[in-house]
Write a protein that binds this ligand. Sequence first.
Ligand code: FCB
Length: 438
Amino acid sequence: MESFELPKNFLMGSATSATQIEGGDQNNSWYRWCQSPGHIHDGSDCSRGADHWNRYPEDIQIMKELHHDVYRMGLEWSRIEPESGRYDETAIRHYRDEITLLLRNNIKPLVTLHHFSNPLWLEDRGGWENPDTVASFVRFTRYVLNELGDLVSEWITINEPNVFLIYGYARGAWPPGKTNLLSMFKALRNLTLAHIQCYREIHRIRAERRFSGPTMVGLAHHLRIFDPEDDKFLNKIPAKLIQYLSQDLFLESMGFGRYGFPLGLGGYPLGRGKYYDFLGINYYSRDMVRLAFEPANMFGSLTVKKAAPVNDLGWEIYPEGLYRLCRKYFAKYQAPIYITENGVCDEGDTMRSRFIYDHLQQIARLNREGIPVERYYHWSLIDNFEWTEGESGRFGLVANDFETQQRTLRKSGEFYGEICEKKIVTREMIKKYFTVAT
Ligand code: FCB
C-alpha cells in the first residue's frame, strides 16, 4: 500500500437519507411496504431508524469530529407535506434548525428532495405513474426552496431514479411493488419532467430571492459496471442493453431532456438543455452479465465475478470501476463530479478501511489525470435502515445499536475522519490502520 494525496480543495463528508435514519415517520410508502411480512428481510421497519430526528445534534457533533466539510442529507416529503397541499411548519422548522447547526459547524449541506420514499397520499393517487405527481413534486420543491433556499445552495432533486424505478416497477421488490416495464417507462417520463422543472425552479427561486452562494443542482445517479461474463458476443449484447436501459437512458433523458427510445423517438418534451450543474455518482459495485431469456431483466442475468472480493451483501468490491465510470461519463457529461455515495456493507468492519483507501486512491488518480472529481460523500455516516435489508445492512462509519441508539465510531470511521482532515493517506496512517502494510 502506498501513500497518496487528494487535491487540496477536495471536499469530503458522508451521505444519509431521511427515511433511513430519522425514524418516527409512518406516513410514507416505505413504512407501509415494511408492514407486509417478507418485504424486509429482518422484519424491521423504517419507523425506528437511527432516531436521527431526535439525535441530530449528536450526529452533527460526530461529523464535526470526523472533520466533515460537507454532508448529504435528505428531506422526508411526507413529513413536510403530510396531506396534499398542507405543509407542516414544525417539520420545516426542524430541518431549518438541523441545517443551521450544520452551517454553524462549517459543514456544507447538499440536500436531496426525493430519496425513494413518497407520502402515502401521493402513493395512493398512483405515485409516479400519475402525471399529476410531476406538479405535486414541483410544488413541494418550490415550498422547500422558499423555506430553506437561503441556507442551502446545493440540491439533488432525485436520488437514483434508475434504482427507484427498477426495484419498484420492474422487479416488484420495493414500493409500489410492480413488475411492469411499461409502468416503469411511464414513471421515468414523469420523473424526467419533474427533474427538469425542479432544476429550473431551484435556479429561478434562488436567483429571484437573491439567495447567496452559487446554486448547484443535480441528480445522484446509481452507476454500475456491467461487464460481459466472458468474451462471447452473445453476452456482450445484454451487457450493452442493460447498461443502456438501466443507466444511460436515465442520464440522457434527465440530463439533457431527451426522450430516447423507448421513452420516445428522441424528442425533447421540455426543450433541449443541460439540466445538471454537477454529475452525482453513487458507486458500489459491478455485475457480470450473461444472456438469458428474461425480458423483465432486460435479457441478461447478473452474476458476481468468480472469486472476486465481496461485501456482506455479496456485492463485488471493485474500486477500478469507479475510475472507469468517472472517465467514461465525464467525457460525455462534462461537469464536476461529486461522488454522492460510495460505501460498503461490512458489519465486522474488516473491509471498510481498505475499501475507503482503494476508492479514494482511484479518485486521486482521476484528479491527476484531469478528471475533476471534486467531492466524496461516504455512504453512510451511521448504520441505518437499509431498505429491504432492514437494520441488518451495516454501512456506517459509525455503528449503531438500534435498541439503545448508542453510536460507536468504527475503526474505519476514525481512519476516514483522519483523511477528511488531512486530505492525504500517509505511510504512518497505513501503519496505524492496516495490519498488513504491503
Ligand atoms: C443506494 C441508496 C442508498 C443506500 C445505498 C447502500 O442505492 O441510494 O439509500 O441504500 O444504496
